[in-house]
Design a protein around this ligand. Sequence first.
Ligand code: NI
Length: 172
Amino acid sequence: MATRKVVLKEDPILRKQSRTVTKFDERLWELLDDMAETMYADEGVGLAAVQVASLKRAIVVAIQDGRGITELINAEITHREGTQYEIEGCLSIPGEYYETIRPEKITVEYDDRYGEHHVEDAEGFRAVCYCHEIDHTNGILFLDRLNPEPHDREELEERARKRRAEKQPTVK
Ligand code: NI
């Protein structure tokens, strides 16, 4: 395993569509392992392959809810429900944190690293993370999802502080 260089906001690759993964082989596993190491090194809670300059539809997510790391290959959101607001950041956009609008609940379909298909319902912060990372695979950044009428910043920052105190950093 090795860390890889995270591409930054200005890099046009971040606006490209990632491609469907068809080979669930050692090259993919190495990419996923490197993505996890890179995410942990940068204290992120999620990373998409495009952020390490690979246009594969591959995502890693690790939020502090006891589940450990989740790998999502070829992830698609098939159902969205409700609305939530979250202050998001991104490892490719360091130092910028803004309030976004996201669905409260989603259904996501994805393959795991062995090509096995999964259907999962997610809500709350996990849903935010999935949405953020799946957006990356479609060339979309959280800056495209900003709430035009943000809530009281202090209130949201208090929530973010609490989350950090629980060692659950703001979504990357
Ligand atoms: Ni991001």
